[in-house]
Design a protein around this ligand. Structure first.
Ligand code: AMP
Length: 484
């Protein structure tokens, strides 16, 4: 698996709104936690009445949403419809040529695409397409979809897309803007979230598609429903059409699973104020905390979260255990999510920049610290050192998810297996490494209980190594070759 293809992203699209680009900007702002390295918007201006063709306006660059877009850019992004993208990529992938939305001119007209997820058979696809003459601009997996669309004999975009998507294996939530329609599509296992919303006023009806409901909330859009796993939803001025991606040619794993929605969206990745896969993320995290307290009680004076992602679970732990909740670590909110900055050195400094311990809460106390997950272990190690330096008598670390044992190939940036401390070491070894008095994780069973679901609905490959697709997409190589 190439590192440059492991992307964390957020996508947004809006159809038929006079302030399409500005609402896309706001939507991306709400989705900023899903990717901080680049941002882009493509708008669609329909100028047919004036005698010319519909045109796409594009602005994208490396950086945070608020840094990338200035007033002048938004003014230039004219039109009633738009799509946008925020992206984080691992080292090597942050080239301008990879910044989305990607655009192309097909026989049917201009098309722009924004993708959240990771296509696991993209190497197979790329090679087959290159052998057939396609010239790739970047190193990302999304571009292959544009080439598949270009090669499809149908000039009807939805039909071409339906066939092209059958060549893909892995995770994709797409928003696509053509010259006359907006299309949202989600892979048959529904790894990544994608929701539909609407804004209605006296004179117009607008549709919105976004990775998370927090983006709908910000722009005042009403939640309609999720884009279903395996659904292609087309929105145009004439109608709204929903179709299914045929899955017959897919590997066996697809047919035995109903879906493989990413449980890590609930553990860490999504915002707690979002409703993801029909469930409140905040409630899931609180339930992880309740469950954790039932599984691994320890005598202590105070429960503190590692803010922000540990807060709901710490509340849940405190409520179930009866041990008071306090903020023993105060977060500086003007620092980015330090884990996301590539380079070990930066991350180590980052923990101190981001979190400040409060001796007034910690001194002489037995502390239970709750974090959402433990990946490499370096953050926890630094935090425990800081808590002890601030006078904590005992530090008991509780992790509101099971041990992270496997990398994600479906769009969350987890390090490779050798860097995942739980894939190499026992809980006791990890406890010693991080310097805690005790360490306990939420059990996988406990996680499923809290989620009121199980491995037939959710993907938890990072916690149990059970990958719902073949990782190289070899099984569908023949389908790819047939379709190219
Ligand atoms: P560490 O154990 O030092 O690698 O860091 C673990 C912390 O990183 C956890 O507390 C999470 O809040 C955060 N984290 C876990 N997974 C990710 C991810 N994919 N992207 C960014 N941060 C993450």
């Amino acid at each position: 698996m190439k590192n440059s293809w492991k992307d964390e992203c957020g996508v947004f699209g809006i159809w038929n709104h006079p302030e399409a680009a500005r609402l896309t900007y706001l939507g991306l702002y709400a989705l900023q936690h899903r990717g901080q390295e680049s941002a882009g918007i493509v708008s669609l201006e329909m100028t047919e009445a004036a005698g010319s063709k519909p045109v796409h306006h594009i602005y994208k660059s490396l950086g945070l949403v608020a840094d990338v877009f200035k007033e002048t850019h938004l003014n230039q992004l004219r039109g009633l419809s738009a799509i946008g993208h925020v992206r984080y990529s691992t080292t090597g992938g942050n080239l301008l040529s990879n910044v989305q939305p990607l655009t192309s001119n097909l026989l049917s007209g201009p098309v722009a695409i924004a993708h959240n997820g990771n296509i696991v058979n993209s190497a197979v696809l790329r090679e087959a397409l290159q052998r057939d003459g396609s010239i790739f601009q970047g190193t990302n997996d999304t571009e292959a979809v544009l080439h598949l669309l270009a090669k499809n004999p149908s000039t009807h975009l939805r039909s071409a897309l339906k066939e092209s998507l059958q060549c893909l294996e892995g995770a994709y939530s797409f928003v696509i803007l053509a010259h006359d329609r907006l299309i949202a599509a989600r892979d048959p296992l529904g790894f990544r979230p994608l929701v539909l919303g609407r804004i209605e006023n006296s004179s117009s009806l607008s549709y919105v598609v976004a990775s998370e409901t927090c983006a709908l909330d910000l722009i005042g859009a009403e939640f309609v429903r999720e884009i279903e796993p395996g659904e292609i939803l087309e929105i145009s001025s004439k109608e709204m059409v929903s179709e299914r991606i045929p899955t017959a040619a897919k590997s066996n794993s697809v047919s035995v699973r109903k879906s493989a929605q990413c449980v890590f969206e609930h553990v860490y990745f999504s915002r707690p104020d979002s409703v993801v896969f029909g469930r409140s993320v905040y409630n899931s995290r609180k339930r992880f905390g309740h469950q954790l307290a039932q599984e691994s009680q320890v005598e202590a004076d105070v429960v503190i979260p590692v803010p922000d992602s540990g807060v709901p679970s710490a509340l849940g732990y405190s409520q179930t255990s009866g041990i008071p909740f306090e903020f023993g670590l105060i977060r500086n909110h003007y620092v980015g999510r330090t884990f996301i900055q590539p380079g070990q050195g930066v991350r180590d400094v980052g923990v101190k920049i981001k979190l400040n311990p409060q001796p007034g809460i910690l001194k002489g106390k037995r502390i239970i610290v709750i974090d959402d997950s433990l990946v490499r272990g370096t953050t926890s190690q630094k935090i425990i050192q800081m808590l002890r330096a601030a006078g904590a008598k005992e530090v008991h670390l509780r992790i509101a998810s099971p041990p992270t044992v496997g990398p994600c190939y479906y769009g969350v940036d987890t390090p490779q297996k050798s860097e995942l401390i739980a894939s190499m070491q026992s809980v006791e070894d990890i406890r010693q490494f991080i310097g805690a008095d005790t360490l306990a994780y939420l059990s996988e069973k406990g996680m499923w209980k809290a989620m009121e679901g199980g491995p037939e609905t959710f993907c938890a490959a990072c916690f149990n190594g059970d990958y719902p697709t073949s990782l190289k997409g070899v099984e569908i190589k023949k389908t790819v070759e047939k379709n190219i």
